[in-house]
Design a protein around this ligand. Structure first.
Ligand code: GLV
Ligand code: MN
Ligand code: MN
Ligand code: MN
Length: 379
């Protein structure tokens, strides 16, 4: 019969590991490309134990903390190609602009490519601050930077929202980054035959997952603020056969807010719902794990002023805004004064293939970044 045909792929797992291998090869190529560009821009390049890549232009007072800028080049599946990438290529181009103009930095300037900003490869976002290539704890200690390592950190990024394009404004100056959190949940039931097990005798782990997804939406909406958001972007059912009652389900929840305690209230309510749903459906809540629960970050006043000065100097319209997406900057803000420069993107699309930013908007962002770095370098 059809379903016993030996032509069907023997295991979807082997297909996955092949595509993972291809992704890893592309990542290595992309990193090599960036290191090469950094070298061509006259930067001295080094890589830390988790694969963060640094390109440095020595200033005349290179013993002072440097001004750094950067972003990531990894992406989620079926993503666009501007999220992150603009902030790495744009940083290198800003260095080129400053060199061409004859600028001599006082504080050194550094471009950083952060490893795995997206959570989709290792299950945790902004991995550059944590772990990865390092073989042991000792190896890892070299990755951590102390407060004061940089005098300022900047990140150029597409807005990932519609405001700048809708309002016809060239530059967004980020004043704060919303507080993100993520949770992994597993339910386990007995499973069984989809025809033979009658409805009263089921404990369906798939329905528990579905119900929890709806509970996430409810608790987010109940916060009463448009700033509270929640998403179930991953839901997996085991064994994943049309004629088998799901015996296991796995749900991943992303929730964010500009108000940390309001977000934490959502997390607590989601936890209570998971417990109640498991009880009602007689499934086991085998895991409820908060993967990360980060506070929001505020941009630094003097960095904001430098970005504003740069926009005005270049005659570019600007507005202050909040970043609802998170960025490497969220974590750099813990050790350095931080600021982010947003540029418009097509219809605010991001995390999907239609993501786009025009070359004019990217050029504007690069110029603002260059002038801001120059100004901060001389401070
Ligand atoms: C970053 O990609 C985010 O999810 O905000
Ligand atoms: Mn992203
Ligand atoms: Mn990004
Ligand atoms: Mn799990």
């Amino acid at each position: 019969t059809q379903s016993c045909n030996s032509d069907i792929p023997s295991s979807s797992l082997s297909v996955d590991s092949e595509s993972l291998q291809r992704q890893l090869e592309k990542d290595v190529l992309a990193r090599r490309f960036i290191k090469d560009l950094m070298g061509r821009s006259g930067l001295s390049v080094h890589e830390d134990a988790v694969g963060n890549i640094f390109g440095r232009w020595e200033g005349t007072e290179s013993e002072l903390p440097a001004v750094a800028t950067g972003s990531h080049i990894d992406a989620i599946p079926y993503s666009g190609k501007y999220d992150g990438v603009v902030g790495v290529l744009g940083a290198i181009e800003a260095i080129n602009v400053l060199r061409r103009s004859g600028f001599k930095p006082k504080r050194s300037l550094e471009v950083i490519l952060f490893t795995s900003e997206e959570p989709t490869r290792f299950g945790i976002s902004c991995l550059g601050r944590l772990a990865g290539y390092a073989k042991d704890q000792e190896d890892l200690s070299s990755v951590f930077m102390k407060e004061g390592h940089y005098s300022a950190f900047l990140e150029l990024h597409i807005e990932q929202g519609p405001i700048l394009e809708e309002e016809g404004i060239s530059i967004g100056i980020v004043t704060a980054i919303a507080a993100p959190a993520s949770i992994k949940v597993d339910f386990e039931g007995n499973g069984g035959h989809a025809g033979a097990v009658l409805m009263p005798y089921r404990n369906d782990a798939g329905l528990a997952a579905a119900e929890l997804a709806l509970a996430v939406e409810k608790h987010v909406l109940d916060s009463g603020s448009v700033d509270t958001v929640g998403t179930v972007g991953i839901m997996e059912l085991h064994p994943g056969a049309i004629n088998s009652i799901p015996s296991k389900s796995h749900v991943e929840i992303d929730t964010r807010d500009i108000d940390e305690s309001r977000r934490d209230t959502v997390i607590e309510k989601v936890h209570l719902s998971a417990i109640a749903i498991a009880e009602k459906r007689k499934v086991k809540l085998s895991e409820f794990r908060i993967v990360n629960k980060d506070p929001p970050a505020l941009s630094d006043k003097s960095v904001i002023e430098a970005m504003q000065f740069a926009s005005q100097h270049l005659n570019l319209s600007h507005k202050f805004m909040i970043s609802r997406a998170y960025h490497d900057s969220l974590f750099m803000a813990r050790i350095s004064p931080m600021g982010m420069i947003f540029i418009p993107c097509y219809k605010g699309y991001s995390h999907k293939p239609e993501e786009h930013a025009s070359i004019e908007d990217i050029a504007n962002g690069v110029k603002v970044l260059a002038v801001t770095m120059a100004k901060l370098s001389l401070k």
